[in-house]
Design a protein around this ligand. Structure first.
Ligand code: GUN
Length: 301
């Protein structure tokens, strides 16, 4: 079998187009542009690229966007003060603090300081709790993007066995909660594997849908999947490529060439999950602005 490519760039562009149309309507009807503030602390090279892409996408969708760039020696108190200022700034409906943060700043403290009504990353414990309770408000952008990719590529997870590799707060845990919900577009049986899972291959071979979010280049090999699996590769790993001008290339957590011989469908890296993360962040920001206009009763998903 040779897999169909799940085109994250194309699907993300559809979602961004839909968001852009609604933003235009909101601006015309209410005179309000959804606003996204992004804080980038430190000099992680990959984070700088992601943040630039987020800001550009927000502006392209007709949103107001500000990026606050702070040096790596920013204190935790200074970081918290920036979040407080953004919480109080009515121009911004959504706030995102790019992770990872420098080691001396507590990610938990910063995330918990964000007003949950502006937490478009969906990482505040209040929003995590709503998702677990089956009443999601802001779903973290990467898991939301994975669900959208599955649905728009004709791979509804309902009744399927989804095996997730990785248990992070940003991908593994929320995608588990999202896809196991009793809800259209979900209703999957979800298994979560992690570093202490015994015989990982025995688990991954059971997957109808395999989601790899381990942060380890090409760790999922062809012997670990069954014929006909649908593979979602969340990994973005830089590996040395001296022949390239920039000195590296991006690979996923899945050995793409070998696994795509067995899979029914697979996301490429780059061009799979990555673009969806940005699109869903914009959708969350739009929903935050909608909630600020219409109040809590309006459905946000
Ligand atoms: N770093 C990598 N992905 C993300 C994300 O989705 N949100 C934030 N805040 N930081 C990230």
């Amino acid at each position: 079998m040779s897999a169909t490519l799940i085109d994250g760039t194309g699907i993300a562009s559809e979602v961004r187009g839909e968001v852009g149309e609604t933003v235009a309507e909101m601006r015309a009807k209410h005179g309000i542009a959804p606003g996204l503030a992004v804080a980038l602390i430190g000099d992680d090279a990959a984070s700088a690229v992601y943040v630039r892409m987020k800001e550009r996408a927000a502006v392209e969708a007709g949103m107001a966007s500000e990026t606050i760039r702070l040096p790596a020696d920013t204190s935790q108190d200074e970081a918290l003060a920036v979040v407080r200022r953004l919480n109080d700034d009515a121009r911004y409906h959504g706030i995102l603090v790019q992770l990872p943060l420098p080691a001396h700043i507590s990610e938990d403290a910063v995330i918990e300081s964000i007003n949950p009504d502006k937490d478009v990353d969906g990482l505040h414990p209040f929003n995590v709790g709503l998702l677990v309770a089956g009443k999601p408000r802001f779903i973290p952008a990467t898991p939301a993007g994975i669900q959208e990719l599955l649905l728009r590529s004709g791979n509804d997870p309902s009744g399927k066995h989804v095996v997730v590799c990785g248990r992070s707060n940003i991908v593994g845990k929320p995608i588990m909660n999202l896809l196991m919900q009793r809800k259209d577009g979900a209703n999957a049986t979800v298994t979560v594997c992690h570093t202490r899972t015994r015989d990982l291959g025995a688990m991954t071979r059971q997957a109808d849908i395999l989601i790899a979010a381990v942060g380890s280049p090409q760790m999922i090999t062809a012997d670990m999947v069954s014929d006909g699996v649908v593979v979602i590769d969340v990994g973005v790993n830089r590996v040395d490529a001296p022949e390239r001008r920039r000195g590296y290339r991006l690979v996923g957590d899945v050995d793409f060439d070998a696994v795509s011989q067995k899979a029914a469908a697979i996301t490429p890296v780059p061009g799979g999950v990555g673009p969806m993360t940005i699109a869903m962040l914009l959708r969350n920001t739009l929903n935050a602005a909608r909630r600020s206009i219409h109040g809590e009763s309006r459905p946000t998903a």
